[in-house]
Ligand binder design. Structure first.
Ligand code: ASP
Ligand code: MG
Length: 440
């Protein structure tokens, strides 16, 4: 059995949804089909939740009405039989009725999770009605009955496996098993989620839980590319990557895969394939234990980075100084991405500035603190590139008059990271595309 995950844009238009159904009809292997919400829906639900939370019921109502209209139009276009349209309309009405009720009751954190869950519930139910309309046999597996996280928001693969198996046992003859990405239950049994973009994570967890033959992530691009196609003129798909390389790329900004979704597949040795719904015959990217080749595979950029420098003459020869610095970040649950030190200063980067003011205040006890906003981390990723001859020479040889604020080399054998000011990002990605890949 395999897992096939389709993202928001792959289900976001009626013709796209039809296309997915036809893709599934050509499959021979049974598949758990994980769907995201229709593109734009989760963002709209976030807006609705925020408006309700801030007491702005008028805007919330407006957002709900707009979204209702979007879905009414969507199903009218999707279905050709009156009976299926009526079934889908009843589903849409029921979910929007729920949102309208929430509008009237007092808001809570757990209610906001219920709001966010509506997107995946709607997409999977609408898709199921469509499979019914075209006479395709399927079963809907409710993610809220098997996907769960513990007190630390960590998924529990053991219990996911047991519950999922029970559900699968009830549908042994079915080849298409539809389920929701993103949503789950938390330790208190409430509706929760795996954070934004979490459907990839759902797919990988499910693949690990059922020991799937492969975890396919279907999007609208033919795999992970060597560079950001929105920034540089020419890019090419990377045919094969190791899990470690994929994790570096996903973490450092390649938008194609949610970073957390690597570990379940890696730990349970499930190959991951990144495929293109609009070009199903294209090779895409295969992610396995094996790197499938050495040298630099790709570069990725992560924006909205803050660089923090702590300068202290007291750091001179002082052990324990870094511990004090790290403790401040730990206290505010803020992860550090890059770090470099000299004898009198330490520079590090963070991407979460929620507690930056408090962090600065506490760091000022240790030394002089400066912060640079609007920085970008550009990561060059390849298998064991730290041992690959000439890489450093080629890397820095590619760069022309782009000031580099920080360099991180050797932390991982598969990654060299450069920190630049955000307005230098385009230059740097273009120069690297030419110098490292011979592409414009
Ligand atoms: N619908 C959720 C989001 O937009 C999850 C996902 O699409 O992966 O974040
Ligand atoms: Mg996504």
């Amino acid at each position: 059995m395999k897992v096939m995950k389709f993202g928001g844009t792959s289900v976001g238009k009626p013709e796209r949804m039809k296309h997915i159904a036809s893709l599934l009809q050509t499959e021979t292997e049974p598949a758990i089909v994980v769907l995201s919400a229709l593109s734009g829906t989760t963002n709209a639900l976030v807006e609705i939740g925020n408006a309700i939370a801030s007491g702005d019921r008028h805007s919330a109502q407006q957002f709900i009405n707009n979204l209702t209209e979007h879905y009414n139009k969507f199903i009218k276009e999707l279905f050709s039989k009156e009976a299926s349209l009526a079934t889908a309309q009843a589903i849409v009405d029921e979910h929007f009725e729920f949102l309208n009720i929430i509008l009237k009751i007092s808001f809570s954190e757990s209610l906001s999770k219920d709001i966010l869950a509506q997107g995946e519930l709607l997409s999977t139910k609408i898709f199921s009605v469509y499979l019914e309309e075209i006479g395709e046999s399927y079963a809907l597996l409710p993610a809220l009955e098997f996907m769960s996280i513990d007190e630390n928001d960590e998924p529990q693969i053991g219990s996911i496996r047991i519950k999922l198996k029970q559900l699968l046992d009830q549908h042994k003859e079915k080849k298409i098993l539809v389920t929701q990405g993103y949503i789950c239950r938390n330790a208190r049994g409430e509706v929760d989620n795996l954070k934004r973009g979490g459907s990839d994570y759902s797919a990988s967890l499910i693949a690990a839980a059922i020991s799937a033959s492969v975890c396919e992530i279907w999007t609208d691009i033919d795999g992970m590319h060597n560079n950001d196609p929105r920034v540089v003129g020419t890019t090419r798909p990377v045919e094969q990557l190791s899990f470690e390389e994929a994790a570096e790329l996903a973490y450092f900004g390649a938008k194609i895969l949610h970073p957390a979704s690597i570990w379940p597949a890696q730990q349970y040795k499930i190959p991951v394939k990144l495929l293109n719904t609009m070009q199903p015959e294209a090779k895409g990217t295969l992610i396995t234990q094996e790197p499938g080749g050495h040298g630099v595979k790709a570069v990725a950029a992560k924006d909205n980075i803050y660089a923090v420098r702590i300068k202290s003459s007291r750091m001179l020869l002082a052990y324990g100084f870094l511990r004090k610095v790290f403790e401040v970040f730990e206290k505010y649950k803020t992860a550090i991405d890059m770090i470099t030190t000299s004898e009198v200063a330490v520079s590090l980067t963070i991407d979460n500035a929620d507690h930056l003011d408090q962090i600065i205040k506490e760091l000022e006890v240790l030394g002089t603190v400066t912060v640079d906003k609007d920085q970008t981390i550009v990561s060059v990723v390849g298998y064991n590139i730290n041992e690959t001859e000439e890489i450093i020479k080629k890397l820095f040889g590619s760069i022309r008059s782009v000031p580099i604020r920080m360099v991180s080399y050797g932390g991982s054998p598969h990654n060299i990271s450069l920190l630049v000011s955000a307005d230098e990002k385009v230059h740097l990605l273009k120069q690297l595309n030419k110098g490292m890949f011979g592409l414009e």
